[in-house]
Design a protein around this ligand. Structure first.
Ligand code: FAD
Ligand code: EPU
Length: 296
């Protein structure tokens, strides 16, 4: 990979990095510039270098498990957070402070091992803690936001601020972070009997394994559930399971998962999305809203 400009120390800007390797869909063209900061200082220096280059647009990448990236890739910079303080989880009684770069899976298993409950429903959700906050990841009824107390965000000027939950605008698979990057998260959990926590973890894993195509490349559910209904049920009812477009297909296991059968393009996926959305619209009058973040 060619290095085009560097911020001091160890955050080189790599150029033309293929993004498909950083997404669970395994789809996506190149990032013009690609940074992988490991510390707060790295992140500040990254922003400073980007400003020097003329305020380039930037995209924040976590585990890439809720992303569909265009086949042409993205102009500007991608800041990958997957190495950002990726070992940092600290416990202060029932309060947890964790870095945005930690894998959500690791947060869930660590807190369970400490005898702290609350995050069991997040078992089996891929991605980073930062991505989980941005998407307010969870199940139908519960999400990570239910346990968050504060989040530290950095803006493009390198300014770090700590926000209480009430100012983050967390809702069903949504947040209002104003373009800032999640860097650290504080959660308040509750002590519980470790065996009971493990049992709930196993049940959550099992539910996912039985109902979702976990071994195939996807970005999870493609559409949000409409109020008081299920996008998966509506899609199933209109008969789209197994429908294909190019190398993209609707999962036969769960109709709200679009899967890459190997070599799918973003165009394959978006054309399929158009067809199935239209079918639900014409049968039920429901406009399904995408849950997957589409770049650019
Ligand atoms: P990414 O996909 O990298 O990014 C998603 C969005 O978050 C983008 O807008 C990105 O810019 C932003 N972002 C990422 N990191 C940061 C940061 N540090 N600061 C600011 N913005 C950031 N989701 C659920 O909610 N429930 C489920 O049960 C579930 N099951 C899944 C099962 C499978 C098999 C797959 C593939 C996905 C599933 N998902 C599920 C979707 C996905 O795992 C979650 O949305 C996850 O929280 C996304 O995190 P990520 O780090 O991968 O984010
Ligand atoms: N259903 C069907 N056919 C299908 C899929 C589902 O009839 O092909 C029915 C089910 O039988 C059930 C209902 O639809 O009666 C709901 O299905 P399910 O329990 O699978 O839950 P969901 O609403 O489809 C939601 C989240 C998932 C999360 C599960 C955990 C959304 C859009 N989806 O799925 O999150 O894992 O609950 O229970 O909120 C994601 O966001 O990426 C994701 C996978």
């Amino acid at each position: 990979m060619q290095t085009v400009f560097s911020v001091p120390r160890r955050v080189p800007a790599r150029q033309n990095v293929p993004l498909r390797d950083f997404t669970t869909f395994r789809i996506g063209g190149p990032a013009k510039y690609f940074f992988e900061p490991r510390t707060l200082e790295d992140l500040r220096l990254t922003f400073a270098a980007m400003r020097e280059k003329g305020d380039m647009p930037y995209y924040v990448l976590g585990g890439g498990s809720k992303l569909l990236i265009s086949d042409e890739g993205v102009e500007g910079a991608v800041i990958s957070m997957r190495r950002f303080e990726d070992n940092y989880i600290a416990r202060f009684g029932s309060l947890i402070r964790v870095s945005a770069g930690v894998q959500l899976r690791r947060l869930v298993t660590s807190t369970a091992a400490w005898g702290l409950c609350g995050l069991e429903d997040l078992a089996g959700i891929p991605g980073t803690v930062g991505g989980a906050i941005k998407m307010n990841a969870g199940t139908r009824d519960r999400s990570i936001g239910d346990h968050v107390s504060y989040v530290e965000l950095m803006d493009g000027d390198g300014t770090l601020e700590r926000f209480p939950l009430s100012e983050l605008g967390l809702g069903y698979r949504t947040s209002h972070l104003g373009g800032r990057i999640v860097v650290f998260v504080e959660l308040e959990l509750k002590p519980a009997v470790p065996d009971e926590i493990q049992e709930r973890l196993m049940q959550a894993h099992e539910r996912k394994r039985l109902t979702q195509p976990l071994s195939l490349c996807s970005a999870g559910c493609f559409f949000k559930n409409p109020a008081a209904d299920s996008a998966g049920r509506l899609l199933d009812q209109v008969g789209v399971k197994g429908v294909e477009n190019g190398r993209a297909a609707v999962s036969r296991k769960h109709a709200n998962f679009i899967v890459n059968r190997g070599g799918a393009t973003a165009r394959d996926v978006l054309n399929l999305v158009k067809v199935v959305r239209q079918l639900v619209k014409s049968h039920y009058g429901v406009d399904l809203e995408s849950e997957v973040c589409v770049w650019p």
